[in-house]
Design a protein around this ligand. Structure first.
Ligand code: R5P
Length: 293
């Protein structure tokens, strides 16, 4: 075990130097993976842009029915043209999302907490790898609680899923949770994202922060960024713009799409920012135009 006191503060991130092991595959850190893993990652990250718009509507797994997600059967399908990947539970997907819609699947496989608990950091792996295979999941999402009460069990969950994922060539998406009392600093996100990457995940989901470019540079797998609490649409588009500018491989946005005044127009505008490099200002103009139609 390294002596914590002797560790030096990392600072040499060389953010302007591209990832040195990219090879000829469009997903960071994936050049040495098996063909099947690469195929799943290609279902997530567009090979032309290397980016993804992941749409998260898995909130019901601990929040129950949430504003904007009262009727999954009505609100989700119209978003399909502007979404690369559904991030959802198997229950929501099987009951409310037609399999014929052309979106990848980030299957939420950890669960075990609810809004009724003060401490949300204790989860289990709730979905068997066989069911992830049956669902044709392109990745399996596991919540982790670095620095939280449930750190050990969540990293145990994550490692079990990573191991099963390697057996069947399904990538794992490690989700960095931020507890109520946890800091949202680059120091924390550098720690958490790097731990998950070194434990073997192929994708990390985290939050935007100061010095985000350094978080990205230090993480050898692609980072997708959660939207977090609902913001005014203009600010949410600026967030999307900043994370892409900062080197993220996409967004994994939930409330800022499904709680927008017009979710379809919002998804369409976010898509333009992520895949076409549209500026946040232009994307907001587009949003207003689409919303008024
Ligand atoms: C937590 O991991 C949640 O289940 C969501 O997937 C995540 O927070 C992304 O959604 P939002 O953009 O609403 O934060």
């Amino acid at each position: 075990m390294a002596d914590k006191d002797g560790l030096q503060i990392a600072k040499d991130y060389q953010v302007d130097v591209p990832f040195a092991q990219q090879g000829d595959f469009h997903v960071k850190g994936a050049k040495n993976l098996d063909w099947g893993m690469k195929k799943h990652l290609t279902n997530i990250f567009n090979p032309e842009t290397g980016k993804t718009v992941m749409f998260a509507f898995d909130h019901g797994y601990f929040m129950g029915s949430t504003k904007g997600l009262e009727r999954l059967d009505l609100s989700i399908p119209p978003l399909a043209p502007y979404v690369d990947v559904w991030m959802a539970t198997r229950g929501a997907l099987r009951t409310c999302v037609p399999a014929g819609l052309k979106c990848g699947v980030a299957l939420r496989v950890s669960s075990g907490s609810s809004m009724l608990n003060d401490d949300l950091s204790h989860e289990v792996v709730a979905v068997d790898i066989e069911d992830a295979i049956r669902m044709n999941a392109d990745c399996m999402a596991v919540q982790t609680f670095i620095g939280g009460d449930g750190q050990l069990s969540s990293l145990d969950n994550l490692s079990k899923v990573v191991n099963a994922g390697f057996r069947y060539s399904i990538p794992t998406l490690g989700v960095v949770a931020v507890g109520r009392d946890m800091e949202r600093t680059d120091r924390f996100f550098k720690l958490a994202t790097r731990i998950l990457a070194e434990l073997g995940v192929q994708i990390v989901k985290t939050y935007y922060c100061d010095n985000f470019e350094e978080v990205v540079a230090a993480c050898p797998v692609p980072i997708v960024v959660a939207g977090g609490k609902k913001l005014p649409e203009e600010e949410a588009l600026t967030l999307a713009y900043n994370v892409i500018k900062g080197g993220a491989a996409g967004v994994d946005m939930g409330r800022n799409i499904f709680q927008a005044e017009n979710p379809v127009a919002m998804a369409q505008s976010v898509y333009k920012v992520v895949h076409e490099g549209m500026s946040d200002k232009d994307a907001f103009e587009l949003y207003k135009e689409l919303k008024s139609k």
